[in-house]
Design a protein around this ligand. Structure first.
Ligand code: SF4
Length: 176
């Protein structure tokens, strides 16, 4: 099976990528990291997180692809939900928006399944992420992998990753 791993940043994805490199997830023959995060604001923050992601992928020799960054389009998708709290309805739309992109990418590039690290942060609700993925991915399989949190934390302790202190969008900046 060929997997698209959706990543929001290097600190969240470090353990998952290492597990995939080490063939710890059964049934995965090939994978690529997809960094599609038009939710991140401002653009300078997006660039910083993206550069950290690229650096980690290249260090491990992992394939990656950077999706389009169109924050205005993302803003239009969550219009009317600006005042929602984190883990509220805006986040469900935000997850689904990114999974929709992953679905199109998988279809167009011969991948069978999608997984993500969107739920690994303690500020996130994994069930909410899973629900958004199941509804957005259609014929592309969703793999709700429970990543190894101890490994992720260990890699983070041993690395010099840039670590942000908010989820990504402008509405999360004051609330985390
Ligand atoms: S708080 Fe995070 S998951 Fe929720 S809408 Fe903002 S960027 Fe997306």
């Amino acid at each position: 099976m060929k997997l698209v791993l959706m990543s929001c940043c290097a600190p969240c994805s470090a353990g998952a990528i290492k597990q995939l490199v080490d063939h710890e997830i059964p049934g995965i023959d090939d994978f690529i990291v997809l960094f599609f995060n038009p939710n991140i604001f401002p653009a300078s923050e997006y660039a910083r997180r993206m550069q950290e992601q690229v650096k980690y992928c290249e260090k491990l020799g992992v394939k990656y692809v950077i999706g389009n960054y169109d924050h205005d389009a993302w803003r239009a998708a969550v219009h009317g939900l600006e005042n929602e709290p984190e883990r509220g309805d805006r986040c469900s739309i935000c997850f689904a928006y990114r999974f929709e992109y992953a679905k199109r990418f998988a279809r167009e590039n011969g991948y069978d399944a999608v997984a993500s690290v969107f739920g690994v942060s303690r500020h996130k609700n994994q069930t909410q992420v899973d629900t958004a993925a199941e509804s957005a991915l259609d014929d592309i399989q969703y793999l709700p992998v429970k990543w190894n949190e101890n490994l992720r934390q260990q890699i983070n302790r041993e690395s010099d990753f840039y670590r942000q202190n908010y989820c990504g969008c402008e509405f999360s900046i004051r609330k985390v």
